[in-house]
Design a protein around this ligand. Sequence first.
Ligand code: SAH
Ligand code: SF4
Length: 346
Amino acid sequence: MGQEPIFIKDLPLEALETWVQTIGERPFRARQIFRHLYHRVIRSWDECSDLSKAFRTQLEYGTRLHAVEVVATEDAADDTRKFVFRLRDGSLIESVLIPDPPRLTACVSSQVGCALGCRFCLTGTMGLTRHLATAEIVDQVVHMQQDAGPGRRITNIVFMGMGEPLANEEALLPALNILMDPTGFGFSHRRITVSTVGLVPQMARLGRETPVNLAVSLHAADDDTRNRLMPINRKYPLAVLMEACRAYPMPSRKRITFEYILLKDVNDRPEDARRLVRLLASVRSKVNLIPFNPHPNLPFERPSEERILAFQEILQNAHLTATIRQSRGADIRAACGQLAARMVSS
Ligand code: SAH
Ligand code: SF4
């Protein structure tokens, strides 16, 4: 053979059909492989008794089945489970499995670190090490499904782990394709959410190429505050971002979720809520309020419960759907914005 093995989870079904033909197999083999990889979530090619021994040997030597390996798991008091994965270059990333019956949500990472430096986010303090490959994104879900066991299927995927998914769309789009393929996991687009800080050109492309749900991390309803919290706002200020949201193609009944972290005395005042109402007036939206998860290295505080509820009430009185995100897994630092695995020399 002599060639470097390929990462098989990098390939959407069509690309896999092409690849199996290069090693002399018929295209339908790709579907069989897809079912093994993403429906049965196999751990080894030996489990695929419907493939000939010779073909399995080719797969064994010509491909790499796993792109990430689990190095640790940690359980929170609320049953949220955090996974630490090691990549081939030694980098570490984290993902979280959140049971919320009947749902089981996997929160997935898209990059090692993040370049965008939002001031309230621990991942943002790390800087960017590198993008994840498609296989590294998909394999997080495979490992979490293996861990959950055959009787418990993952029902929802959110790209809200480490990194900015739309800064890595070259790997993200094929990963979405694989996750939605009915031959494998078969996730409906209604059950996948991509969260972005608002990279405007990439949002337009996402909307053109997939029907998945979009969540926009807003966190402030005026440019001054947003500039201070999120450097990206200088590149795509609110007027530009909101225009992109209005232009976002949405299948009927869908709405954009706007995420809004509540930071004490920074963006949690009644006038901030009223400004948010005005900003969202012309978009099909729902708001997800996220009380800040504090950390000693981050210079913000969480507002009081009263303040949080008062903010929500102003939105609701203006007929906006506004939910408060219950932070899960805080005791194991698996909560929003707390994922910051570091590279370790093993
Ligand atoms: N980069 C993308 C997706 C990952 S962050 C984005 O920013 O949207 C996922 C969510 O966690 C975002 O809404 C982010 O703003 C939020 N988050 C980051 N730090 C947080 C913190 N300290 N407390 C609460 N939520 C936080
Ligand atoms: Fe990056 Fe999102 Fe964190 Fe901002 S909030 S630094 S975009 S991961």
